[in-house]
Design a protein around this ligand. Structure first.
Ligand code: DC
Length: 227
């Protein structure tokens, strides 16, 4: 039986995370939040004081990436993310850890170390994979490839709301600057830069609601899966 793979790539704040979870639920598929893996690796290397030694102690970092002790514990509607036995679900969503992740993501050897871990998510009946290079590097065989984007301003607005809902005190100008810097780094890096796959279905969510994007996505995926 074919295991269907749906990839959803795009910059952070485009609504990818919410939509990937909604799509996985709708189709009854597994979900890979690949950004969480980069965040976990960033956090782990930071905790081990290796984040500033990526060049000089790369072998050690690769070893850590390969054996990262992570668990995704889903209960009811929520998933707790556990690193080395500690619940870091909230911690990894902070801007700071986002910066760690973005740094780690520029290192080819570390991306390679996470490759097999991501491929292991291919399980029947299907997978929704959320990230930056899901279609271009990790799952090029995916039946449905979606590239979801939105203007930097609308993404910053959403991010501010999200962080405020978590009780964090944030400034719009800081968030926008962070998003622009991270976009630049993600798009200009030499390895697996953020870009749409040639055969991706592109959606700009700037002026669309979650439900409207969901509708476009499911229509596209149904046509790809039935084809
Ligand atoms: O989607 P996110 O914000 O959780 O991702 C965190 C960082 O990880 C982001 O700067 C880009 C990087 N990333 C990546 O390079 N490749 C992926 N497949 C997912 C995330």
């Amino acid at each position: 039986m074919t295991v269907h793979i749906i990839t959803i790539d795009g910059p952070s704040g485009s609504g990818k995370g919410t939509l990937a979870a909604k799509m996985a639920k709708h189709y009854g598929y597994h979900l890979l939040d690949s950004g969480a893996l980069y965040r976990l690796l960033g956090l782990s290397l930071h905790q081990k004081e290796l984040l500033d030694a990526l060049d000089t102690r790369l072998d050690e970092c690769v070893e850590i990436a390969t054996h990262l002790d992570i668990k995704f514990e889903t209960k009811d509607e929520t998933t707790a993310i556990i690193l080395d036995g500690v619940d870091v679900t909230q911690t990894i969503r902070t801007e700071r850890v986002g910066e760690f992740a973005s740094k780690v993501a520029t290192i080819p050897e570390l991306r390679k170390a996470l490759f097999d871990r991501q491929r292991a998510f291919i399980q029947s009946p299907g997978l929704v994979a959320d990230g930056r290079d899901m279609a271009t590097a990790i799952f090029p065989e995916a039946q449905a490839k979606i590239y979801l984007t939105a203007s930097a301003e609308s993404r910053a607005e959403r991010r501010v709301k999200q962080l405020q809902a978590m009780g964090l005190d944030v400034k719009m100008s800081d968030i926008l600057a962070n998003i622009q810097a991270r976009d630049k780094r993600d798009m200009e890096r030499a390895v697996a830069p953020l870009r749409p796959a040639q055969d991706a279905y592109q959606i700009d969510s700037s002026d669309l609601s979650i439900d409207e994007v969901f509708e476009l996505m499911t229509r596209y995926v149904n046509s790809r899966i039935e084809a």
